[in-house]
Design a protein around this ligand. Structure first.
Ligand code: SF4
Length: 336
């Protein structure tokens, strides 16, 4: 996330947080103990938010000190200690513990300039629009700018773990895949989401950053080359770890078991490894030569350089095992 938030009062510039709504829910529930979980970008504001909750509701607050990567990453142990867990910054994914309240952080940044910057780079008269949750409330601005330039903008439907039309997650591009267009405009920061759209849809993607003002055409080839390299490096591995996340929205045990069975069927030694935060040092002493991550797809696709052993996604492991052709490369996504 961009600028560090102010820890002063209710100001989290450039984010908006409706803390009054959270105070009201906490008061109405009669909760005595409240858990507070915030993404790293808002963590500096956590003590001040905790203080505000105490003052406004009288409830005792326990801050989750662990990293928080998304709505998939609920601190389950803390959930059991508190009456209500306030999870800030992410949109709800779907099923989860009943005592979690999600309070999204919306960016105040306008999207008009980003859309205007992108227009000269678009080739089609009909384009799909995608963004992350911080900007979904301003997608109307993008639609308007495109219309003024004779371009029809389409926004894909919400559903599954996607709460808002047009929203994408690093692990889910269903809103983009639902659209019949030849081109997408992604409004947001970073390269991972637009790369995900390009790989999940096979379509041209123009990314417009509303913070920096930069526009780029996404080229998925360098990432595909890196992924092909990772598969090749895993070719001679005999012993694999199949990583299963403890995080509720990343846990794919059935998929992990299928990967284990697939590898064993090809004569590999396969071990299920259950862990919370997947970090390089956690794998060092296991003595495995390669890993398949069934957790957040970003671990294999975005963080691969951090690991000394090849780290594959499940579809990539299927390529390695000869179950899928490289030409059918599939971006790993989580739908449920
Ligand atoms: S699984 Fe990864 S990409 Fe999906 S919501 Fe969680 S952190 Fe984000």
């Amino acid at each position: 996330m961009a600028n560090p938030p102010s820890t002063d009062g209710y100001s989290f510039d450039p984010f908006e947080l409706d803390l009054d709504k959270a105070f009201e829910i906490i008061r109405r529930s009669g909760a005595c103990r409240v858990g507070l979980q915030v993404p790293e970008g808002l963590k500096r504001a956590a003590p001040n938010i905790a203080k505000q909750i105490k003052e406004k509701t009288g409830a005792e607050v326990i801050i989750s000190g662990d990293p928080c990567y998304g709505a998939c990453d609920i601190d389950m142990a803390l959930c059991q200690e508190v009456d209500i867990m306030l999870h800030l910054g992410h949109a709800e994914l779907g099923d989860g513990p009943d005592n979690v309240i999600f309070l999204e952080a919306r960016m105040t940044t306008d999207l008009k300039d980003a859309a205007l910057n992108a227009v000269p780079h678009l080739r089609s008269k009909k384009v799909g629009i995608a963004t992350t949750v911080q900007h979904v409330h301003k997608l109307g601005q993008v639609l308007k700018i495109l219309k003024e330039h004779g371009i029809e903008g389409l926004v894909g439907p919400a559903g599954g773990r996607i709460k808002y039309p047009g929203q994408v997650l690093g692990c889910c591009y269903s809103t983009a895949k639902a659209l019949e267009v030849d081109e997408f405009i992604f409004i947001g920061t970073g390269q991972f989401h637009p790369l995900g759209i390009a790989l999940a849809t096979g379509k041209r993607v123009v990314a417009a950053d509303p913070i920096s003002g930069e526009v780029s055409k996404i080229d998925p080839q360098p990432m595909l080359r890196r992924r092909c390299g990772a598969i090749s490096r895993a070719m001679d591995a005999r012993r694999f770890a199949v990583l299963v996340s403890k995080k509720p929205g990343q846990r794919r045990m059935e998929l992990a078991k299928r990967m284990k069975a697939l590898g064993e069927g090809k004569g590999k030694e396969m071990f299920l490894v259950y862990l919370d935060n997947i970090e390089p040092d956690r794998l060092l002493n296991l003595g495995v030569e390669a890993a398949v991550s069934t957790a957040c797809p970003r671990i294999a696709l975005d963080d691969a350089a951090k690991y000394r052993i090849p780290m594959l996604t499940p579809p990539e492991f299927e390529v390695l095992m000869g179950k899928r052709d490289w030409e059918e490369y599939r971006f790993d996504e989580i739908y449920e």
